[in-house]
Ligand binder design. Structure first.
Ligand code: BJW
Ligand code: ZN
Length: 244
C-alpha cells in the first residue's frame, strides 16, 4: 500500500510545475530536536501551549527564557537531516518549489533551502518585548550570557522573535504561504496539523485543486482529508521519493 502511494506521489511530483511542502517539528526530529506533542513533547511538566504564549512570558519571563535557552542549546548541537537536504535540493532545482515551515530552528535555512517561508519566526532572532522601535536582531549565542535577555535599545526585556499562541503571524508570510497553496502538489510533512493558521493551508491547497499528501509517523488531523497519506519518517520517505 505504502509502495503504491509512494509511486503515485512520485508520479504526481514528476508532472507538477508547482510543489509546496509544509513542514513541522517531525521533520527535525531525526536531527535530535524534540517535537511539541506526543512522546518527548514535554519540557519538565510544561506543554508548548503553556509556555509559548505572551501571558506566560508576562507572568514569568525567566521561566519562558529558560525553556528557549534550553532549546537553543539543543538546536545549536543539531545538524539538518536528509529530509531538510532533499527539500533544499528541490527548491534549488525548481523555482516552482516552495517550503513553508512552522519550525523555528532554522535547519531548512542551514540546509540551503530557497523560497523558505518561516511562519512562526526564528528562535535565533530576538525582539523588544515593549516594542520600543528596535528592529528584531539575530543572536546565535547558546547559552545566552544573561537571562532574561535585554533589548539593546531600551534596556527592557527582550523576547524570542517567534509567534506565540494568540499572536498574529506576519501578514507578508501568510500572504506568501497562501499564494504557495496555488500549486499542483501540496505535501504536509511532520506536522500534527492542529495549529492554525498553518493547518488551514492544506485545506486551502486542496480547494485550489492541489493533489495533497501527508508524510508522518502517525495519523493526524489531516490524514483523512489528504489524497495520499504516507506513514513513515520524513527523513526516510523524502529521500525515497527523490529516488523514484
Ligand atoms: C514525524 C517524525 C518523523 C515525528 N517524520 N513525522 C482556528 C481554529 C482553532 C484554533 C485557532 C484557529 N485559529 C487560531 C487558533 C488559535 C491557535 C491555534 O491554532 N490553536 C490550536 C492549538 C487549536 N493559533 C494561534 O494562536 C496562532 N495565531 C493566530 O491565529 O492569531 C490570530 C490573530 C490575528 C490577529 C491578531 C492577533 C491574533 C499562532 C500559532 C503560533 C504557534 N506557535 C508555536 C510556537 C512557536 C515558537 C516555538 O517554537 O516555541 O509553533 S506552538 C508549536 O506548534 C509551534 C509549532 O510550529 C506548532 C505546530 O506544531 P507541529 O510542528 O505540528 O509539531 P507537533 O509536535 O505538534 O507534531 C509533530 C508531528 O511530527 C507529529 O504528528 C508526529 O507524529 C510527527 N513526527 N517524528 C515525520 N521523523
Ligand atoms: Zn526595546
Amino acid at each position: 500500500m505504502l509502495d503504491s502511494q509512494l509511486a503515485e506521489l512520485a508520479a504526481r511530483l514528476r508532472r507538477a510545475r508547482r510543489v509546496t511542502v509544509m513542514t513541522g517539528a517531525g521533520v527535525s526530529a531525526a536531527s535530535g530536536i524534540p517535537t511539541f506533542r506526543g512522546d518527548g513533547g514535554l519540557w519538565r511538566r510544561f506543554r508548548a501551549e503553556e509556555l509559548a504564549t505572551p501571558e506566560a512570558f508576562r507572568s514569568d519571563p525567566a521561566l519562558v527564557w529558560e525553556w528557549y535557552d534550553w532549546r537553543r542549546q539543543k538546536i545549536a548541537a543539531c545538524e539538518p537531516n536528509p529530509a531538510h537536504h532533499v527539500l533544499a535540493r528541490w527548491t534549488n532545482r525548481s523555482d516552482g518549489c516552495t517550503v513553508i515551515t512552522q519550525n523555528v530552528d532554522d535547519l531548512h535555512l542551514r540546509a540551503g533551502t530557497a523560497r523558505l517561508i518561516r511562519l512562526h519566526g526564528s528562535i535565533w532572532e530576538l525582539s523588544c518585548w515593549s516594542r520600543c522601535g528596535a528592529a528584531p536582531w539575530r543572536d546565535e549565542r547558546a547559552p545566552l550570557p544573561v537571562l532574561p535577555a535585554v533589548c539593546p535599545r531600551c534596556g527592557g526585556l527582550a523576547r524570542p522573535a517567534v509567534v506565540w499562541f494568540g499572536e498574529a503571524l506576519s501578514a507578508d508570510d501568510v500572504d506568501q504561504a497562501r499564494r504557495a497553496c496555488a500549486c499542483d502538489v501540496f505535501i504536509a510533512a511532520g506536522t500534527s496539523a492542529i495549529v492554525y493558521p498553518a493547518a488551514g493551508l492544506l485545506d486551502e491547497a486542496r480547494s485550489a485543486g492541489a493533489f495533497t499528501a501527508e508524510i508522518n509517523t502517525e495519523t493526524t488531523a489531516a490524514t483523512s482529508g489528504v489524497d495520499v497519506s504516507l506513514q513513515g519518517a520524513a527523513e526516510v520517505i523524502l529521500p525515497e521519493l527523490e529516488g523514484l
